[in-house]
Design a protein around this ligand. Structure first.
Ligand SMILES: [Mg+2]
Length: 400
């Protein structure tokens, strides 16, 4: 993995995806057992729905494994380490899967541990990790290599007056809170806790506490918790002085406003939390009406860096599966099967591959999409993942 590429990619995050769905290469008839195509599957609403297998999902993955056709699982979900997540999916589908096939929304954050250089590396810096059950995301971040991870719950337990309305959840926070690496110092906050990056790893469970803590950090001076930057609101500075005083960068792992869960209607996702935070930010600072933005980086589908990360992983897995053959035919096509037009379909349609592969989107009806004209037009619509895989195999003229 090249960290540089992620940093380069992250700078492209604000690029508006372009509607374009046609394959740029002609379909090449498979003449050997090495396929020139591969698959990327979304998980929720495609393979599983509220943790239950979707009919045909297991058979489809088993078929691809048997035929030696590479695939990855590309999800905006997360909250667990990749090893744990893949073990869980393998068990639910009863199909053994290698951890290298899964990419979760926060997987690319692992590349920020070392960064592009020592100065940019976050390995030994203090990072705030929000979201997920308990401190499961802290443990994931630590497995990625971050050495100094704080959660909003740690800050709350160190000083419950930070957000008094979370006192009803004290028993919950007690189960995982750790002492802060540096205590809060009300007398001189510049000597206390300093945050160097803020990661929303997964959907926050306590939106209110997380909103307050993140807002405090964004309004601080140099990330010193409990300070308030004197630059905030200064009209002579860019962004009216907001986020101009060494505050840590803010990262979101998943832009999805909605996701498919057990409830019959889609539920708010991490994108809902971000919108809420943006709303509070705008109300606090004046927001877009005054030309003030919330500076942040959002990864996950449909954004280019996540697809780049996925393709690199797919190419590595493919090279490994076929013994690093020098004459390995190029990967010409990736079929992206998803249930969410805004993330899966938009992302695949908009993706521009550095290696020239063409991503073709297939929308299934087993998740978020409920019929009608989708917001982003897929190459085709299938009833379910099995039908989608069959369509793709036929399209690629794969005879096995
Ligand atoms: Mg989905």
């Amino acid at each position: 993995m090249r960290p540089q590429s992620v940093w380069r990619s992250l700078s492209l995050l604000q690029r508006v995806p372009v509607r374009c769905s046609s394959g740029r290469r002609a379909i090449q008839t498979t003449t050997t057992r090495i396929p020139n195509f591969a698959f990327a599957f979304d998980i929720d609403g495609v393979l599983l729905r509220s943790s239950k297998p979707i009919p045909g999902a297991a058979d489809s993955l088993a078929l691809l494994k048997e035929q030696g056709i590479p695939f990855i699982l590309l999800t905006n979900g997360g909250g667990k380490h990749e090893m744990e997540r893949v073990a869980e999916i393998s068990e639910k589908l009863n199909v053994p899967l290698d951890p290298s096939v899964i990419i979760q929304s926060h997987s690319p954050f692992a590349e920020l541990v070392k960064g592009v250089d020592e100065v940019g590396a976050l390995e030994h810096k203090c990072v705030l990790v929000a979201g997920g059950d308990g401190d499961s995301c802290r443990r994931v971040a630590e497995q990625y290599g971050f050495k100094n991870v704080v959660t909003p719950g740690d800050i709350f337990m160190a000083n419950p007056s930070v957000w008094p309305f979370s006192k009803n959840f004290t028993e919950y926070y007690k189960t995982f809170a750790r002492p802060l690496p540096k205590p809060l110092d009300p007398a001189d906050p510049t000597k206390g806790l300093k945050i160097d990056a803020v990661f929303v790893f997964n959907d926050p469970r306590d939106w209110a506490l997380d909103t307050q803590v993140i807002l405090d950090i964004l309004l601080s001076s140099n990330g010193h918790f409990g300070t308030l930057s004197e630059k905030n609101g200064r009209a002579d500075l860019p962004n009216h002085g907001y986020q101009q005083d060494g505050q840590p960068h803010l990262y979101f792992s998943n832009p999805d406003l909605w996701w498919a869960a057990a409830y019959p209607l889609p539920r708010l996702g991490q994108g809902g939390f971000r919108e809420a935070l943006e709303g509070v930010w705008a109300a606090t600072t004046g927001g877009p009406s005054k030309g003030i933005e919330l500076k942040k980086t959002v990864i996950g589908k449909p954004y280019q860096p996540t697809y780049e990360f996925a393709e690199r992983q797919l190419l590595r897995n493919r090279a490994k599966a076929f013994g690093g053959a020098a004459d390995l035919p190029p990967l010409q096509r990736v079929y992206m099967i998803g249930d969410n037009p805004e993330s899966d379909i938009r992302g695949a349609n908009s993706y521009r591959s550095e290696t020239g592969s063409s991503w073709q989107s297939i929308l299934v009806r087993t998740g978020v999409y409920s019929g009608g004209e989708p917001a982003w037009t897929p190459h085709t619509i299938a009833d379910d993942v099995q039908q989608a895989v069959q369509w793709a195999l036929k399209t690629s003229k794969w005879t096995g």
